[in-house]
Design a protein. Structure first.
Length: 297
């Protein structure tokens, strides 16, 4: 099976793109509390976003685990399968006196069960065809963090120039991995610049949403890529953060041991430096300089 066999993809009449970057967020193992997919969606949910491709779900899923859904609309019965769509978000108007903002191609999908290499090849095929200057994978993972603090965004890259320019670590994790890990390894093998960003989710929140974590990812990505985030950050995200904070507080209020544990996490968090990677503004400037150097080589 080849990547091209599972892709429905065409450039159509979209014209030339402005310094595009691909963002990848996949539901599943590396998307705790859906923070990663919410962050990618923030960059691809404006009215003028357009779907430019999709990956056929049939070869990649065990449908006894990832079951399709049945919907009925106007008496029409439809089966909804797991979707993996590439969405192009144009940069919009150029800010006064500034350079044109970059375009974003977002992939919001579902981590597959089968044929990971073909799935990864399909992603890279689209990234290369659309001239993406870099690929950024976005994730969220359970960590020992308190829900009362804004979670830090951490990152790594196997691209030596980016690691030294952005002050990011090179990947050092060893152990089981997800599709994002396989994708980043393959991007490294093909000399395609890539960054992996993740945000922590307090592990004791179980399956509760954590919009504060999604907002942290969105804010960081917005600065790094210098692109607008549709209306996501300007809408009701503050209300969502407040509402879910109440839910999170209720989880701990009647549990003395958990409440003491959260206080311990708060003390540890406050002792550490909150900036585990450079500030979003510094990172964005350095990212632009790196990609500019790549274009000029």
């Amino acid at each position: 099976m080849q990547a091209i066999d599972v892709l429905s993809f065409g450039m159509g009449d979209i014209g030339s793109l402005n310094r595009p970057v691909m963002l990848v967020g996949l539901e599943g193992w590396f998307d705790v509390a859906s923070a990663a997919t919410q962050a990618v969606n923030a960059f691809t949910s404006a009215d003028h976003a357009v779907v430019v491709g999709s990956i056929d779900p049939d070869p990649f899923y065990d449908f006894t685990q990832q079951r399709p859904h049945v919907t009925i609309d106007d008496d029409v019965r439809e089966i909804v399968w797991p979707t993996n769509e590439f969405v192009l978000q144009r940069s919009g108007p150029t800010p006064a006196g500034g350079s044109a903002r970059r375009d974003v191609i977002g992939l919001i999908g579902v981590e597959p069960h089968l044929n990971w290499r073909t799935y990864v090849d399909a992603i890279i095929t689209v990234a290369v065809a659309m001239g993406c200057e870099a690929v950024v994978t976005v994730g969220s993972a359970a960590e020992a963090l308190p829900h009362t603090r804004t979670p830090p965004v951490t990152g790594s890259t196997a691209t030596a120039g980016l690691a030294s320019r952005l002050g990011l670590s090179q990947p050092s994790y060893q152990g089981i991995t997800g599709v994002a890990g396989v994708l980043n390894a393959e991007l490294e093998a093909r000399d395609i610049p890539s960054i992996s960003l993740r945000v922590g989710i307090p592990h004791y929140l179980m399956n509760a949403e954590h919009p504060m974590a999604a907002a942290a990812l969105v804010g960081h990505l917005g600065h790094v890529l210098d692109v607008p985030t549709s209306e996501w950050m300007n809408g009701d995200i503050s209300n969502q953060i407040d509402s879910w904070r109440e839910v999170h507080d209720e989880i701990t209020v009647n549990d003395d041991q958990l409440r003491m544990y959260v206080r311990m996490l708060e003390a540890e968090f406050d002792r550490r430096s909150e900036a585990q990677i450079p500030t979003a503004d510094d990172l964005g400037d350095q990212f632009e300089e790196f990609l500019k150097d790549q274009r000029n080589d």
